[in-house]
Ligand binder design. Structure first.
Ligand SMILES: [Zn+2]
Length: 212
């Protein structure tokens, strides 16, 4: 195992969680700070709604990504070709501005005796997306978790996403898509499966697939 212990760290934080009431009060303060009256009719229920939205946006803190991948299937009749889940749409929030990151993830692995239900790969993306993130870290977390738990012959993760902290504030660059990738095992060492993977997802890394 590597140095990452996402869930146990998060579990420790959980004990210090403020109450929902405190969270609502914080939103109330932010509305006032923005310059509006949080007690006017239209905003009266807003702190409650925001707190509920946060429960949805950040539901990933309550899920254990390791537990998620533990149930595997070994009856694969020797299947050893790439397993690819392409274009998994996700919504996340950047940890610097808490602005939405909207994108899609492509997740592939080269099975070594064991496979996992494909819905679990989509769930894994969701668990990491529904936390405060930077795209680079999320890409690595998804790849590393699959690598650690399934111990496949290779893992490839590519994420393409738009960051609203770039489009709605700061430098206001609309239409920019950030692409990150993490290749492990056979995808890193061998250009052939990497080329196949990148071709199957439309080569968002651009250029020569051999150089990915
Ligand atoms: Zn940001």
């Amino acid at each position: 195992m590597t140095q990452r212990k996402p869930f146990s760290l998060v579990g420790g934080e959980k004990q210090n969680r403020p109450s929902r009431r405190e969270a609502e009060k914080a939103v109330h303060t932010l509305i006032r700070w923005a310059g509006d009256d949080p007690d006017r009719e239209g905003l009266k229920e807003t702190p409650k709604r925001v707190a509920r939205s946060f429960e949805e946006f950040f539901a990933g803190y309550d899920a254990d990504p390791v537990e998620l991948l533990k149930r595997t299937f070994e009856e694969t009749d020797g299947y050893d070709e790439m397993v690819l889940l392409r274009g998994i749409r996700f919504e996340s929030h950047c940890e610097h501005h808490m602005a939405p990151i909207i994108g899609k993830a492509h997740v592939a692995y080269l099975p070594h005796r064991r496979v996992v239900g494909i819905s679990k790969l989509a769930r894994l993306v969701e668990v990491y997306a529904k936390r405060l993130q930077i795209q680079e870290k999320m890409t690595a977390q998804i790849a590393n978790t699959i690598n650690d738990i399934l111990q496949p012959l290779g893992v490839a993760v590519v994420i393409e996403a738009a960051h609203q902290c770039m489009t709605t504030r700061g430098i206001h660059k609309a239409g920019v898509v950030m692409v990150t990738s993490r290749m492990l095992g056979g995808f890193r060492d061998d250009p052939s499966p990497r080329r196949e993977f990148l071709a199957m997802i439309g080569n968002p890394l651009g250029g020569d697939a051999n150089m990915a």
